[in-house]
Design a protein around this ligand. Structure first.
Ligand code: NCD
Ligand code: ZN
Length: 345
């Protein structure tokens, strides 16, 4: 197979940031994807519908003239998010999900939830309206090994949450372990999972062996090779509730190439080609269209995009960096090559 045509894909997990960095990266996301679920972890976080609406306008202002990119906004859940905010979110038509960051789990998560029991009424309102909860699934207890965070979250937090809220719809974001892959490919219709290019292509060896690769450092941290294999099997399984979420999370180069490297991989311009590479390695290229273009809209109750894109087999060099506003941003596969590229109309 040397070409592959799919519905124009959507990105169900994207960080667009704000200000000059957003001006630089939003056009790249809009060139690659029709719609994206926009993460709310700005500083300060997007916790209200009014803030989400204002952020959405800033995103539109950063897009090229004539872009049809649609930002699907989310709210950042805090210990104090009132149920009334869920009502406003649903009424707005602009907010498509609420994001749970356990406090301290990742970049800009200090305003996150300390105890989900504090959110009981708000989660109950989300159940009533079918508004999905998007989960950064890591426990952050100081004594817990960082490689065990996701599995511990599933057992200690996620499964009890699903018991307490039997109608809650949940997306486990950026699944990073075999345990997570097994959970989201089960038969629970409330549960879906997003998969990033880095977790499908790289393991912790790629992060750590032969020197530390800061541009592959993200949360949840890359796991062992057996986890990567399980993730790739899940993403390419044809399961209806697994879909594309890049977690493209740009940071200025100096924040990545630093004594304390910021977590997040920038991937918008290269993501689709990286997914094609991963799916091809699994012998499952024909399943990429569902993963990238159909399963996400089905879960979110949105139409499949009418337009298509065609990927063609052709070597493409990845720049060593892209302009990022004040500083360059370094993408996944910087300075390397991709075997697929999107055919330009
Ligand atoms: C993300 C970011 O930089 O905002 N970082 C990351 O490592 N993935 C936050 C997140 O999704 O965890
Ligand atoms: Zn993210």
């Amino acid at each position: 197979m040397d070409t592959l045509t799919l519905p124009r894909p959507d990105d169900w997990h994207l960080h667009l940031r704000d200000g000059a960095l957003m001006q630089a990266v939003a056009p790249q996301a809009a060139a690659a994807f029709a719609r994206a679920i926009i993460m709310p972890n700005l500083k300060p976080p997007v916790t209200t519908v009014a803030e989400a609406a204002a952020y959405r306008q800033r995103i539109f202002a950063a897009l090229p003239e004539g872009s049809s990119f649609e930002p699907l906004m989310t709210l950042y859940l805090t210990d104090n998010t009132p149920p009334a905010e869920v009502e406003r979110a649903v009424a707005s038509g602009l907010v498509h999900a609420v994001k749970l960051y356990p406090a301290g789990a990742t970049t800009h998560s200090d305003a996150g939830v300390t105890d989900l029991l504090l959110c009981y009424d708000t989660l109950a309102a989300m159940e009533d309206h079918g508004l999905p909860l998007l989960i950064h699934g890591e426990r952050t207890d100081p004594g817990l090994d960082i490689f065990e965070r996701e599995a511990a979250f599933i057992d200690d937090v996620l499964l009890p949450l699903l018991d307490r809220h039997p109608r809650l719809r949940v997306v486990l974001e950026h699944v990073s372990t075999a345990a997570g892959a097994e959970l989201v490919t089960g038969d629970d219709p409330r549960l879906a999972g997003t998969f990033t290019p880095q977790h499908l292509l790289y393991s912790r060896n790629d992060l750590l062996v032969g020197g530390l690769s800061p541009h592959r450092y993200c949360m949840p941290v890359l796991k062992r090779e057996s986890d990567r294999e399980a993730l790739l099997a899940a993403a390419t399984s044809g399961h209806p509730r697994v879909f594309l979420g890049t977690d493209s999370a740009p940071h200025p180069r100096s924040a990545k190439e630093s004594g304390c490297c910021a977590a997040g991989c920038y991937s918008s311009p290269v993501a689709l080609a990286l997914y094609a590479e991963a799916f091809e390695a699994a012998g499952a290229l024909e399943r990429l269209a569902d993963f990238a273009g159909r399963n996400g809209p089905a879960f979110y109750g949105l139409p499949i995009n009418g337009e298509t894109v065609t990927l063609e087999r052709a070597a493409q060099e990845v720049p060593s960096a892209y302009p990022g506003g004040e500083e360059p941003v370094v993408p996944l596969r910087a300075g390397g090559t991709l075997g697929w590229r999107v055919r330009q109309p």
